[in-house]
Ligand binder design. Structure first.
Ligand code: C2G
Length: 132
């Protein structure tokens, strides 16, 4: 069984998230998603609309996702890859080369982002609609 892992905030789940999850699952049989805790989002300077618990429950309902774990630190990836016996690490290519150090532990794959959608775009578009 090939095991895949990916990381992110996954706030206000949208087609860009679904595309990367579906494509990541295509590399194997079991997909683990590490979602940023609310505390780690503060470190990433991201204010998620949904709490960690809600983002976790939403992702757990996504067909391609087999397990959701918390991401609490930038430093946990090597330990995660070993602990969960990961074959392939997948991220969107906005992170290209940032995680190449994982090549010593598993396959590292960067996939093209879905153009034209992001959580911040959703927030700013809704703000505009509200204020038109
Ligand atoms: N993504 C995508 N296309 C988009 C938007 C996002 O492919 N239009 C991908 C990102 O490249 C990432 C994943 O969806 O692989 C999750 O994106 P975010 O929730 O924005 O996660 P991020 O803040 O990039 O956190 O340790 C890694 C970090 O936790 C990644």
């Amino acid at each position: 069984m090939k095991r895949i892992i990916t990381y992110g905030t996954f706030d206000l789940l949208h087609i860009g998230h679904i595309n990367i999850l579906r494509r990541a699952k295509g590399f194997g049989d079991y997909l683990i998603v590490a979602i940023s805790s609310d505390q780690f989002n503060a470190i990433k300077d991201k204010q998620a609309y949904y709490t960690f618990e809600h983002r976790k429950a939403i992702l757990e309902a996504v067909r391609d996702v087999d397990q959701v774990i918390p991401e609490n630190s930038w430093k946990q990836k090597i330990e995660d890859v070993q602990k969960y016996n990961i074959d392939t690490f997948v991220m969107g290519d906005d992170w290209k080369s940032q995680f190449d150090f994982l090549n010593d532990y598993c396959e590292v794959v960067y996939l093209s982002r879905t153009v034209g959608i992001s959580t911040s775009k959703i927030k700013s578009d809704l703000f505009k609609v509200q204020n038109d």
